[in-house]
Design a protein around this ligand. Structure first.
Ligand code: PLP
Length: 459
C-alpha cells in the first residue's frame, strides 16, 4: 500500500507506521504493539486524529504552534516563495530577500543589544552553533583556555551531539556516551523537587551559588559561558525562584562569563513578553531561538548574537567555518516573517500578557486544591502541576513517573494533550487560546486528575 492519497483507516496507517517509521523519543517496540496515535488535521487550538476525535492541544505541538493551527496566510506565503525562489543558500557571501527581511525583523523584536542573527534549521542546530561561537570568541580574545560551558542538570538544549551534551538529561547522555568534553552541569533551580526544607528564595540563592562554586572550582579563566533556559521547559516547566536570576546575573558579571539564554521555548511570547530574557531582565550574549519563530509551520531556528560577541566574531574573526545547507532557508524565512507579522498585527503577545495568561494562571493555580496536586505553578502560557502522594511532604507515589503516565493517558482519551515529565504534568498551549478554551482545558484537566486519583487509590 503506497498510494497515500487514498484515505487509509487508522489500523492501516498504524500498520504502515509500525513497519517503517523509527520514531524519536519513543520505545518503538512498545509503540508498534500499541499503534501510534495518528493526527490528521488541526485548526486553532484543536487537533483531530484519524478516528475523528477532537483534542485540545495543551502543548501547542511541541511548544511551538504559538499562533495556532490553520493560518492560511503562512501557507500562501510559502506557496508564493516556493514559486519565486524555493531554495538558495547563504554561504560564500550570498543572500536572498527572505533571509534579509527576517534578520531585520528579528533585530527589531529582540532586545536592543542583539543586532545579528545566524540562521539554523532547528533549536539543536542553534545550540551547536553557540558552542562553536563562544569557543571561537574566547580564542579571538586571546583566552583559548576559556572553553568550558556550564549548564544545568535536567536542562534541555536539543538532541544533536552538542545539544544533548549541553542538556542535562541523563537518559539522553546514556545514549552515545555524552556529554562531550568541556561541558559540566550544576544543580537546577527546581525548588519543588530539590528545595528540601528551604524557602524557595533561599533555595534560589543556593542554586545560583552552585554556579559560583563551579566557576571557582574550574577557575574563571577556564569557563566560557553559562547556558540556561529562562524557564526550563522539557525538564518540567521549572520556574526558578525569584532570587535565582538576579544572583546568577551578578555572578556571571563578576567572573566575565558569557550568558547563553536558550529561548527556544520562552521566545516569541510564551511568557507574556516577547522573550523570556525580558521577563527576567537578562542580557544574553547569545540567544538561541526556534519553535515559535515559525510557530512550527516550517523548521527554522537561529542564534541572536549580542554586540559584544558580534563585534569580535564579525570584525576580527575572518571566516566562520560553520553553517547549514538550510541556514536562512528562503521558504522557512518567509513563513517565519509572516508568523511574526501576525504576532505583531494581532497583538498576540500583548493579549497574552494582559488578558489570557492572567486568566490561565488564575484557573491553573486552582488545580492546587486537588488532592493529587502538590503544587501548581506557571508563567504566561506555560504551567506545571506536581502529582504527589503527600502534599505537605511533597512525596511521590514512586520514582518511575507511573502516575504522570497514567494521567497523560487519561488526558488523551478525554480530548486533551497534557504532557507528563515524570509525575509533573505540563501545558504550553497555543498563545491564541481564548477564555472559553482555557475553561475547557481546566475542566478536562480536573476530570483527568479525578480519574488518575481514583486509579491510584485503587492501586
Ligand atoms: C526544543 C528545544 C530545543 C531543540 O530544538 P529542536 O528544534 O528540537 O532541535 C533546544 N532548546 C530548548 C530549550 C528546547 O525546548
Amino acid at each position: 500500500m503506497n498510494d497515500m492519497t487514498l484515505p487509509l483507516d487508522t489500523a492501516q496507517l498504524q500498520a504502515l507506521d509500525r513497519k517503517h517509521h523509527f520514531h524519536p523519543f519513543s520505545d518503538n517496540k512498545a509503540l508498534g504493539q500499541e499503534g501510534a496515535r495518528v493526527i490528521t488535521r488541526a485548526e486553532g487550538v484543536y487537533l483531530e486524529d484519524s478516528d475523528g476525535n477532537r483534542i485540545l492541544d495543551g502543548m501547542a505541538g511541541l511548544w511551538c504552534v504559538n499562533i495556532g493551527y490553520g493560518r492560511k496566510e503562512l501557507a500562501d506565503v510559502a506557496y508564493r516563495q516556493m514559486q519565486e525562489l524555493p531554495y538558495y543558500n547563504s554561504f560564500f557571501k550570498t543572500s536572498h530577500p527572505p533571509a534579509i527581511a527576517l534578520a531585520e525583523k528579528l533585530v527589531e523584536v529582540t532586545p536592543a543589544h542583539l543586532n545579528h542573527v545566524f540562521f539554523t534549521g532547528s533549536g539543536s542546530e542553534s545550540n551547536d552553533t553557540v558552542l562553536r561561537m563562544v569557543r571561537r570568541y574566547w580564542d579571538l580574545q586571546g583566552k583559548p583556555g576559556k572553553k568550558t560551558i556550564i549548564s544545568r542538570q535536567n536542562a534541555y538544549h536539543g538532541s544533536t551531539v552538542a545539544g544533548a551534551s549541553l542538556g542535562g538529561m541523563k537518559p539522553m547522555h546514556a545514549h552515545g556516551d555524552l556529554p562531550i568534553p568541556g561541558i559540566v552541569h550544576i544543580q537546577q533551580p527546581y525548588w519543588f523537587g530539590e528545595g528540601g526544607d528551604q524557602s524557595p528564595e533561599e533555595f534560589g540563592l543556593q542554586a545560583a551559588k552552585a554556579l559560583e562554586d563551579k566557576i571557582l572550582e574550574l577557575g574563571e579563566d577556564k569557563v566560557a559561558a553559562f547556558i540556561a533556559e529562562p524557564i526550563q521547559g522539557a525538564g518540567g516547566v521549572i520556574v526558578p525562584p525569584s532570587t535565582y536570576w538576579p544572583a546568577v546575573k551578578e555572578i556571571l558579571a563578576r567572573y566575565d562569563i558569557l550568558l547563553i539564554a536558550d529561548e527556544v521555548i520562552c521566545g516569541f511570547g510564551r511568557t507574556g513578553e516577547w522573550f523570556g530574557s525580558q521577563y527576567y531582565d537578562l542580557k544574553p550574549d547569545l540567544m538561541p531561538i526556534a519553535k515559535g519563530l515559525s510557530s512550527g509551520y516550517l523548521p527554522i531556528g537561529g542564534v541572536m548574537v549580542g554586540d559584544r560577541v558580534a563585534d569580535v566574531l564579525l570584525e576580527k574573526g575572518g571566516d566562520f567555518n560553520h553553517g547549514y545547507t538550510y541556514s536562512g532557508h528562503p521558504v522557512a524565512a518567509a513563513v517565519a516573517l509572516e508568523n511574526i507579522r501576525i504576532l505583531q498585527d494581532e497583538n498576540i503577545v500583548e493579549t497574552v500578557k494582559a488578558e489570557t495568561a492572567p486568566y490561565l494562571q488564575k484557573r491553573w493555580k486552582e488545580l492546587a486544591d486537588h488532592p493529587l496536586v502538590g503544587e501548581a505553578r506557571g508563567v504566561g502560557m506555560v504551567g506545571a502541576i506536581e502529582l504527589v502522594a503527600d502534599k505537605a511532604a511533597r512525596t511521590r507515589f514512586d520514582d518511575q513517573g507511573t502516575t504522570g503516565t497514567l494521567c497523560r493517558d487519561f488526558c488523551f482519551k478525554n480530548g486533551l494533550v497534557m504532557r507528563a515529565v515524570g509525575d509533573t504534568m505540563i501545558i504550553s498551549p497555543p498563545l491564541v487560546i481564548n477564555h472559553a478554551e482555557i475553561d475547557e482545558l481546566i475542566e478536562k484537566a480536573v476530570r483527568c486528575l479525578d480519574l488518575t486519583f481514583e486509579a491510584v487509590r485503587k492501586g
